[in-house]
Ligand binder design. Structure first.
Ligand code: AHM
Ligand code: MG
Length: 334
């Protein structure tokens, strides 16, 4: 057989159905939710591509729950995800960076397994004005009917995520997904209208001399991070920072290195949100063989992001993730 006949063409949809078929108890509910995310990604990618022409760049004139100004496309992307996910039977609660309160869609006390979907609809959106890459990040949790309230059901550690991923809107639209059995990567073929699988069981390089951090904040970092940067600069490291987590994590996943958003004097827990930025990225990085830490715990041990118990859906945490050896170089300076 030649290469054309041996190389399968697998869409995201068929990949998800094949995963579902591995589990005979599966009802297909999660597959429907992932398919909703795939549709949302195509719609958002189209908005992002046309942003300048459709005059939807710039601010929407409102502030989001973090007190940050929303971009028009933040609002549009949030709306797309809310509308598409809202229509899916299996969705119990949706929580977004752009909404202060989670949206409870179905909170019944019995019946089939339902899920909570948390997302940052358009991460790094300030990159849009300069045609830089942006992305959507999502995390899926089981809806816990035993929780005291539907909101309580959301506050689960990242270790129990059922699936997580991101969509990068760059020169091409890339969907990276983990359902707990490795990381797979898909690229949107716009002529076909489908995400096609380009990588299965992606592995992050063990080491690579790259660090990715906003060095403008350096003087506000705890001393350990500053010592690491001195060490990296004395040892021939390159600095790469897109200013959009999805773009920076995607590069780190493929090329190796370490991505960090440390605590700063102004933001003692860093800037990134645990539940819909750090947790999904940490799941992908760990599933690809990397490490994802929130620094060191009080007893000096490494604090895995996925082991943190969230207390608030919008809480923040420090982030150090990437190639295992590179994360170790950071932590030995902390
Ligand atoms: P956002 O969710 O408001 O877009 O903020 C998150 C973004 C990340 O994509 C990126 O890693 C970080 O903020 C950049 O922050 P800074 O400009 O402080 O370096
Ligand atoms: Mg955002």
């Amino acid at each position: 057989m030649n290469d054309t006949t041996t190389r399968e063409i697998v869409t995201l949809q068929s990949h998800i159905l094949a995963q579902q078929a591995k589990n005979p108890q599966s009802t297909g509910t999660l597959s429907w939710i992932l398919s909703a995310l795939s549709i949302s990604a195509k719609v958002i990618a189209d908005h992002v591509r046309r942003a300048r022409l459709a005059d939807v760049l710039g601010k929407a004139g409102a502030e989001n729950v973090q007190g940050e100004e929303q971009q028009k496309l933040d609002v549009i992307s949030n709306d797309v995800l809310m509308r598409v996910l809202g229509g899916r039977e299996g969705v119990a609660i949706v929580a977004s960076e752009e909404n202060e309160e989670p949206v409870i869609i179905r909170s019944d006390t019995e019946g089939e397994q339902r899920y909570c979907v948390l997302f940052d609809p358009l991460d790094g959106s300030s990159n849009l004005d300069v045609c830089g890459s942006v992305g959507t990040i999502f995390s899926i949790l089981r809806y816990d009917r035993r929780a005291a309230s539907p909101e309580e059901s959301l506050l689960q550690p990242g270790d129990v995520q059922v699936a997580a991923g991101y969509i990068l809107y760059g020169p091409s639209t890339v969907f990276c997904l983990s359902m707990g059995e490795g990381v797979d990567m898909f690229v949107l073929d716009i002529s076909v209208g489908a995400f096609l699988r380009v990588e299965q069981g992606l592995r992050i390089p063990t080491a690579s001399k790259n660090y990715s951090v906003n060095e403008g904040n350096r003087l506000g970092f705890p001393e350990g991070y500053q010592r690491y940067l001195d060490w990296a600069q004395q040892n021939g490291y390159s600095s790469r920072y897109a200013g959009a987590m999805v773009a920076d994590v995607h590069r780190t996943l493929l090329k190796g290195g370490v991505f960090m958003y440390p605590p700063t004097v102004k933001a003692p827990n860093g800037k990134l949100r645990l539940m819909y930025e750090a947790n999904p990225m940490a799941m992908l990085i760990e599933q690809a063989g990397g490490k994802a830490l929130a620094g060191r715990a009080d007893d000096g041990s490494e604090q895995r992001i996925l082991a943190l118990q969230p207390k608030d859906i919008h809480e923040r945490c420090p982030v150090v993730l990437g190639s295992p050896d590179e994360v170790d170089h950071v932590t030995r300076h902390l």
